[in-house]
Write a protein that binds this ligand. Structure first.
Ligand SMILES: [Zn+2]
Length: 591
């Protein structure tokens, strides 16, 4: 734990303009603020602003906002605690760590050391073993690539690695907890990786966190990976990201399936590549990637791409706000094979021809149906409608036109089919719109503005606290970060506005709270024009109405499911609830 006093000093002494400039954003002064290209979304003209007075930043393009801590957390993808330590160090503030923290850090560092020693050992084995080395060289991997990826070989032995690591004074317990060795019957401990070529797995900072081992022949299992450990969490990591970052990421990253795909592409000079190692993408991985790029191109082999788990992974990427493209590799080859046979230029051509996710999903569907047959045509449109209900409206328009031309079914009928499926109205915080200069400008949803304004009033006009609390509870707030801030603000009454803001800021530890607090501070309320109570009522109404809309959407969905399942009684219950909500909504509108 770092005391609030120290946190305040860290905020005070790290000037946000300096910190942002150091991170590589070129800021230009214009009036009271600085402007530059946003590091969090792709843009060509500056909409990222920094206020030296308020010590906050805000992007008018993507809505990202925060103070200096929030900036570093997001920009460097660091935890709250690591960010505080980083900023403290930057201005020479001593952050005393307690004993447990120091011990923990030492333990983790030793884990990394063990893995580095193991990796070196595997590498030296590889250099001495012709058969293993030929696994790589036979696949066109050069010595320089082997070195930079730290590839290796685990001897065909039950205890050589163990012996080596113990000679380095590591304990059985440490080696076991990293999964480099396994404890068998009679407490016998033996090497996990035997007679396999080895791929060290790095985290995005370049620490060795685990290993993957592949057999040299066709025996099973083909791949064996380190188990999850204190330092190896598969769902939070992407293979090759450290190398991609080092080489400088362009505006997109290519996601491949396996170690060899990533390594091979690197060797051919396609370096913005990461591998998922044969598992479906997770939200944590999407978040990690989002720090660096806004566009991803999936280059899986056809079998893997077709799986529903893969599709789920792609949806996760889309929901995380990526532009998702899918690259088709001809003749069912994998990227490694393709680039070796056809060269870099041919691969780059494939990248350029990558299809959007919607396009890909629809054209994949098409292969399953013979649309010359009436029945199959209907089934195809039905499935395509499922895909299109999830796409954005502009994309939807384009594909409805295409489908209509292809199937001779009218556009209207296809739209009806999509509407029948229910267009996914997910709770996005913001909608994108094309502004006059062709740039994406984000529009806040009304209820988000209402919640921010309400919290601003709570900060500025303490005398209305009771009125607000009596009319809207914490649970009724829609954004989680607003619930959190609402509670915090209620916890610090009887002090000045500035004091309140400071004390709330010191208790924020995640990006969303920093972001929303900043938006709340920037929210301007004109108290002169209307009665404050009326203003508050309007905001609350807008929030409550939205809560009802959410409930309504959920109910409509449930009713459809029950109807489909033939569950009449349940349906009636839900319909009654729906009627009640609709009455409520109506009364709001009439009020
Ligand atoms: Zn931005």
């Amino acid at each position: 734990m770092i005391s609030e006093e120290i946190i305040q000093r860290i905020i005070d002494e790290n000037d946000i303009v300096d910190v942002i400039t150091e991170s590589g954003v070129r800021l230009k002064r214009s009036g009271r603020n600085y402007f530059g290209l946003c590091p969090f979304h792709h843009e060509n003209s500056p909409s990222f602003s920094v206020s030296p007075e308020k010590q906050i930043f805000k992007c008018f393009g993507c809505g990202e906002a925060g103070n200096v801590i929030g900036y570093v957390m997001k920009n460097k993808n660091m935890s709250y605690y690591d960010t505080l330590k980083y900023l403290a160090e930057r201005v020479n503030i001593q952050v005393e760590e307690n004993k447990a923290e120091i011990e923990n850090k030492k333990r983790i560092q030793r884990f990394y050391d063990i893995n580095v020693d193991a990796a070196r050992y595997f590498f030296s084995n590889l250099m001495k073993n012709k058969e293993a080395l030929s696994y790589f060289t036979g696949r066109g991997i050069e010595l320089g690539t082997i070195k930079s990826f730290g590839l290796g070989y685990a001897l065909d032995s039950w205890g050589e690695l163990l012996k080596y690591l113990k000679s380095k004074k590591y304990t059985d317990k440490e080696i076991l907890s990293l999964g480099l060795a396994i404890e068998g019957k009679n407490n016998r401990i033996y090497d996990r990786f035997r007679n396999r070529v080895i791929f060290p797995v790095f985290d995005y900072k370049g620490n060795v966190i685990g290993f993957g081992g592949r057999v040299l022949d066709d025996s099973k299992p083909k791949y064996l990976n380190s188990p999850e450990s204190r330092i190896f969490e598969k769902r939070k990591n992407l293979y090759g990201l450290n190398f991609a970052i080092k080489k400088g990421l362009k505006d997109y990253v290519i996601i491949v399936e396996g170690y060899m795909d990533a390594i091979s592409l690197h060797q051919f000079g396609v370096t913005n590549v990461v591998a998922t190692l044969g598992t479906a993408l997770t939200t944590e991985q999407a978040k990690l990637l989002k720090r660096y790029v806004n566009k991803v191109i999936i280059a899986y082999d056809a079998d893997f791409a077709g799986q529903s788990a893969t599709m789920r992974g792609l949806k996760i990427l889309k929901e995380a706000g990526f532009l998702v493209y899918v690259l088709r590799i001809p003749e069912g080859k994998d990227p490694d094979e393709y680039i070796r046979n056809n060269g870099k230029l041919a691969f780059v051509k494939l990248v350029e021809a990558a299809e959007s996710l919607t396009e890909y999903r629809i054209s994949s569907l098409e292969g399953n149906f013979n649309i010359d047959k009436q029945e199959e045509k209907i089934a195809f449109i039905n499935e395509a409608a499922n895909v299109l209900k999830e796409s954005d409206p502009i994309e939807r328009d384009i594909y409805v036109k295409k489908l209509a031309e292809k199937t001779y079914i009218s556009e209207q009928a296809i739209y009806d089919k999509i509407a029948e499926k229910g267009i996914n109205a997910n709770l996005e915080q913001q909608e994108y719109n094309f502004g006059d200069n062709g740039q994406n400008l984000y529009l806040e949803k009304g209820y988000i503005k209402a919640e921010r304004a309400l919290l601003k009033i709570l900060l500025q006009k303490e005398e209305y606290t009771k009125f607000i609390v009596d009319n809207i509870s914490v649970e009724e707030m829609i954004l989680d970060s607003h619930k959190f801030l609402y509670n915090l603000i209620l916890g610090c009454m009887d002090v000045s506005f500035e004091e309140k803001v400071k004390s709330v800021q010191l208790k924020c530890t995640d990006n969303d709270s920093f972001k929303e607090l900043t938006h709340i501070l920037l929210e301007e309320i004109n108290y002169e024009e209307v009665e404050v109570e009326k203003l508050i009522e309007d905001y609350i109404l807008s929030i409550k109405k939205n809560n009802l809309e959410i409930k309504k959407r959920e109910l409509v969905k449930k009713i459809k499911q029950c109807e489909a399942a033939g569950d009449i009684q349940e349906t009636i219950v839900y319909v009654k609830e729906l009627e009640e909500i609709q009455r409520n909504l109506k009364s709001f509108t009439n009020a």
